[in-house]
Design a protein around this ligand. Structure first.
Ligand SMILES: [Zn+2]
Length: 129
């Protein structure tokens, strides 16, 4: 499963798949402190990854999911996109990272403790292979 980082929506395909959204929080969103966070999700519906990531990157949306609070309060820096991916496999690949908010985005998931991970400064992320 290999992923590419997309800083903007332009290059993201309208295909099904999974993604790691990179969100920067400049102000606290309790219990989250300012910093960078990674949210693992998937998009299987119409418009696929492009439609879903477009939603994440757009401001002023109605709060529907947990992650909407974070993308509204913070700044989406881009996303790693995996056309053949599964969000829980992505969480597993990032299992070295801290879990800042147990249950975030994973209330329907029996496998993961959270679909949100903290990305501490200086931690190298290798999602390219
Ligand atoms: Zn999961």
């Amino acid at each position: 499963m290999s992923g590419h980082f997309h800083p903007t929506l332009d290059t993201i395909p309208p295909l099904p798949g999974a993604y790691v959204l990179v969100i920067r929080l400049d102000t606290p969103l309790p219990p989250l402190a300012p910093g960078r966070y990674l949210y693992c999700g998937s998009a299987k519906g119409p418009g696929g990854l492009r439609a879903r990531l477009g939603r994440h990157m757009r401001k002023g949306k109605k709060i529907r999911w947990h992650v909407d609070r974070l993308t509204e309060a913070g700044h989406v820096e881009g996303a790693y996109v995996f056309e053949d991916g599964n969000e829980c496999d992505l969480v597993a690949r990032l299992s070295d990272l801290p879990i800042p908010w147990p249950g975030f985005g994973s209330s329907d998931c029996r496998r993961c403790q959270s679909h949100l991970l903290a990305w501490p400064v200086g931690t190298v992320l290798d999602l390219s292979h």
